[in-house]
Design a binder for this molecule. Sequence first.
Ligand SMILES: Cc1cc2nc3c(=O)[nH]c(=O)nc-3n(C[C@H](O)[C@H](O)[C@H](O)COP(=O)(O)OP(=O)(O)OC[C@H]3O[C@@H](n4cnc5c(N)ncnc54)[C@H](O)[C@@H]3O)c2cc1C
Length: 445
Amino acid sequence: MTPPLRVLVVGAGVGGLALAQALVAAGGVDVRIAERNPDAAVWLDGYRLNINPDGSRALHRCLPTPLWEAFVATSATPPGGISFRTEQLRELFTLTREDMTGGSPDPADGQYGVSRRVLRTLLLTGLEDHVQFGAEFERYTVAADGTITAHFADGSPLEADVLVGADGANSRVRAQYLPDAERVPADAGGIAAQVPLTEETRGWLPAVLCDGMTLVMPKSGPASMFTSAFPGRDALMSAIAAGVGLAGRGLDEDGLLDDTDDYVLWSVITDHRVLPDGAVDGPGLQALALDMVRGWDPALRRLITESDPGSVRVMRFRHSRLVEPWISTTATVLGDAVHNMPPVGGLGANSALRDAAALADQIVAVRDGAPLVPAIAAYEAQMRDWGYRAIRESVENARRATTAGPLARRMGRAYFRARGLGRHLPRRGARSRTPAAPVTARTTV
Ligand SMILES: Cc1cc2nc3c(=O)[nH]c(=O)nc-3n(C[C@H](O)[C@H](O)[C@H](O)COP(=O)(O)OP(=O)(O)OC[C@H]3O[C@@H](n4cnc5c(N)ncnc54)[C@H](O)[C@@H]3O)c2cc1C
């Protein structure tokens, strides 16, 4: 009997774990995941993830049914869509949830807010025997027959037929495999924090800031503001109360509840040159953000002042350099490792999930007899298509967010129309314009 295909995934993040879930469910593949963090309790910090219909369909493809159902049940899906507003919170236009999901009743086509911790806990469930924590990948070598040997910081080598670099934005696999696809700075960055969503804050927050996402596009000035309500704890408690049976699906209900809050996150996106170089503490960053939104609606300013100073952080955006198609090998990459992008538009994890689903399909075909390297080449062509498109969109989104004003707003509206979103957008006299020229290959914007 032929031994099973050995797939080594470096990185137990969103994309790596989704791939592993799909391969383990498919069977007939020896899946190992090497994660440098010492244990499952050490997770990347971060805000909630917005999973769009592309990411949702990919997650549906990768997760076994009980975990998919737990994902849907525990996701926080505020009723509002995304509302585009002036700095005085006057509505410019709104994409409803229906606009965002195309009105599909299928949960797989849905739009969800999910806590990173909940998502990664779900993604790890059932993979305990496949993940090795404390395994810091350093480099790999390839034998003449394509067999890979991965080398780790503790000196132990591991052999595999396929190596998947799912090791995030500073990927070592990518650095060796595609050295030209390095990350470069973007022109924008931001200051972000969160405010607890409680009875008290709901008392002074306008409903639109409690019920969905808002993009504030001022008449002038080089800053925009994004807000997103995340009733994550509320969603978990509802799932538990409805008897979804999370514990029966390997999830620790109390542990998840302890780690999940309801909050509104905000970020002020601006030109990177305005952001501080050195260490500035939380109150200092809040003061800087307040300065950028001088004269804006009091509720938007209060979001900044009422934030927990410990939650305030500076984000300096970077993005992967777009490179020409390369010659595929038995090593490959997915997610942020190859298409890292500014988090303006929430496309990074969604693209990583699409990669995972597409690569899983190709690896299953190899299990069933298809040749390996052409299968990886087919995956990489698909991944470049949506991954590079997502980089272009995110860089454009970031640029648009720092060039406020009527023109930028009109371009924003035209952009969403061009994407087939917001079919019901009011025209408000704006002529449809072609969106700004996309970032071209090898651009280092
Ligand atoms: C503020 C912010 C908000 C965002 N919001 C959204 C959103 O709403 N929607 C969305 O789609 N995206 C969002 N993103 C982007 C999203 O977080 C990333 O695109 C996504 O996490 C990438 O997944 P990944 O699997 O490629 O990498 P990661 O999830 O980063 O996982 C990489 C893993 O590899 C491990 N690793 C790294 N190096 C090594 C090594 N040498 N050896 C072994 N293991 C290693 C890491 O420890 C980590 O566990 C946001 C990003 C930010 C910064």
